[in-house]
Design a protein around this ligand. Sequence first.
Ligand code: 13P
Ligand code: SF4
Length: 305
Amino acid sequence: MSRRVVTLAHYYTEPHIQQMADKVGDSLELSLYAKECEADTIVFAGVRFMAETAKILNPQAEVILPDRGSTCSLVTQTDVTALKAWRESYPDHVHVSYINSSAEHKALSDWIVTSRNVDDIIAHLYAEGKKVIFSPDRNMGAYLNFQYDYDMPLWSAVCEVHDKFNQAALDEAFAAIAGDKYLIAHPESPLPVLQKADYVGSTSGMLNWIKAYNQAPDAVIFVATEDGILYNMRKARPDLKIEQAPIYSGCQCNQCPYMKLNTQQAVERAQAGEGIRIDYLSDAQMDAARLPIERMLEFSRRYYQ
Ligand code: 13P
Ligand code: SF4
């Protein structure tokens, strides 16, 4: 019998990589798909923490990451030994971690969240009277503290792509447009950018906002996130003026260098069985990391279905 190979791609991969995939989605959608798909091999055209999550949720499957270098700055900026000491300094707090974290990091967490469900899960914990610490994304945590008046102590790592968006560049771009303009943004962006945004949400949340848009037809809609998803947005609504939010650094491309390592050649090699096998996590490590992820999936099943 032939191997059943399922290819998953995140919205930040190039359009031709998305076209090679069985499923394209945000982190939550891809995690759920990885857990439930009947695959012998899952090729994950995304970054390492996503492939690790797929392996943790579907340990029977062989999971392959096309390129060794596909990491994430939220992972590389987090020293897990220091994180453990930080977590232990808040013994009476619940530790909520963003899914953009290593398996070791997840194992030190009580809950995992994605940008899709982070607001609801933390609101639920506060409603239960819990005290919360949040890691690793400082920008996302600062936004939640501001938006809901929380007082969560925050770990300090950032997404190197989203952290480049800034208010001054946006103010300049807005001033150059006489008509209507909007900003939608991913919550990994800095707080002053998020405070300016008409909508803040996950990649699929922003895509859904674009699909449902029914305001001024001539407005310019700036998008503060990685540029891969602009393909999906323009395909869904070719009638709209959708622009990347500007940044003030040398390159204006807003690209995640780690996602873009998923080249056609690398994905094809992975589909043929080559690439980085996610086979280095012990059963104990996977069990410890699965617990807080399953808590999130169970919450999502109860609250969103
Ligand atoms: P989403 O879960 O919104 O797809 O975000 C993943 C990510 O890495 C954003 O930089
Ligand atoms: Fe990580 Fe940022 Fe790339 Fe997302 S865009 S994978 S948070 S470095």
